[in-house]
Write a protein that binds this ligand. Structure first.
Ligand SMILES: *Cc1c(COP(=O)(O)O)cnc(C)c1O
Length: 344
């Protein structure tokens, strides 16, 4: 296979260290990992392999095709979106994966098909997916083999009374179902403290280097660094512009590297004139508009850099989210299929 002119450097040790940090913050609760959307863009199979090696046992995906991609990974997978009619054949046959049932209809569908172990999502106030606590009280889950009873926090990244209300509504279900375990907290929920951990936590974004709450700042290690190869280096004379609409004009003669990266790779136009490439300690500004497949960088400070050399883009998630206006989630999940994903 031909090497791509763009690659993601993925740091296995940082990923594992982040999971261990989150596991320690989860106290006595087990710590799982959300690997939906292809492991938030990193590659679900590799993320699962590395975290399973560190002792993680519970993984979460959104859909059954994501679950099938992990069929031989040797871990338990929960499918957050539950089962549509169209999923039933695959779901009943999958021994490694179980649905997270999200509605009265899904519970019926699973029960009538004689489905085995499942998880159940209860809506405690987000009004997205999940059955109502009243449905639980009315006996909807009787006779169902529930492995994990879950709920999801709407505002875990904010200090608002809703968090406590959701936790209390969820805690009130303890002992009311046959569920073996209860699980409430995503990454930001883990930061809310021991009362939110229950039996199992489900971090995603913080595993991959994000800081979704202040307590994570400086604690999570960067896992993902995009790198792009230089296609050509050119001298742009003072007064000339660069890129679409020539939005950047050279204030003086400027050495410019054109790198193989653009918005089709998830390096969006909001980085135009704002992003930076890094070379050791040196910070090299992105100039002009980011194109679909190309980006220009001012490399005047580095005389010996040219065609075939690689530049790393600054991609610390909290800082890059603040700079770009994108969320830390969008910064990861938008990274495209043209990157080679290289773990080191
Ligand atoms: C995505 C997701 C998670 C993980 O959330 P992060 O904010 O990435 O930690 C946990 N639980 C559910 C139900 C999810 O959809």
């Amino acid at each position: 296979m031909i090497a791509s002119p763009l690659r993601l450097r993925l740091d296995r040790d940082a990923l594992v260290a982040n999971w261990r940090t989150l596991a320690a913050m989860s106290g006595a609760a087990a710590c799982g990992a959300a690997v939906k959307a292809n492991g938030y863009g990193l590659g679900a199979r590799e993320v699962v392999r590395h975290l399973a090696g560190a002792g993680c046992r519970d993984f979460f995906v959104a859909t059954w095709s994501e679950a099938l991609a992990l069929a031989d990974a040797g871990v338990a997978v929960s499918v957050l979106h539950g089962v549509r009619d169209a999923d039933m054949a695959v779901a009943l046959a999958a021994s490694h994966a179980r649905p997270v049932l999200n509605s009265v209809q899904q519970v019926r569908r699973w029960r009538e098909a004689g489905g085995g172990a499942c998880d159940v999502m209860v809506d405690t106030g987000m009004n997205r997916l999940g059955i109502a606590p009243e449905d639980v009280a009315a006996g909807l889950l009787h006779g169902l083999q529930v492995e994990t009873l879950m709920s999801h926090l709407a505002s875990a990244d904010e200090d608002v009374p809703l968090n406590g209300r959701q936790r209390d509504a969820f805690a009130a279900l303890r002992g009311r179902t046959g569920a073996r375990r209860m699980s409430l907290a995503n990454s930001a929920g883990i930061a809310l403290g021991a009362d939110y951990a229950f039996d199992l936590t489900r971090p995603g974004i913080a595993l991959y280097g994000a800081a979704p709450a202040p307590v994570f700042t400086g604690r999570m290690r960067q896992v993902v660094t995009p790198e792009a190869q230089i296609l050509q280096r050119r001298l742009v004379p003072a007064g000339e512009g660069v890129g679409y609409n020539l939005t950047w004009t050279a204030p003086a003669d400027t050495e410019v590297a054109i790198v193989n990266l653009g918005y089709a790779d998830g390096y969006l136009r909001c980085f135009s004139g704002k992003g930076t490439a890094m070379l050791g300690d040196r910070v090299l500004p992105v100039i002009g508009r980011v194109s679909m497949d190309l980006t220009a960088v001012d490399v005047s400070a580095v005389p010996d850099l040219g065609e075939g050399d690689w530049l790393a883009l600054a991609y610390d998630l909290p800082a890059t989210a603040a700079l770009s206006g994108l969320s830390q989630y969008e910064l990861l999940t938008g990274l495209g299929a043209r990157f080679d994903r290289l773990w080191g």
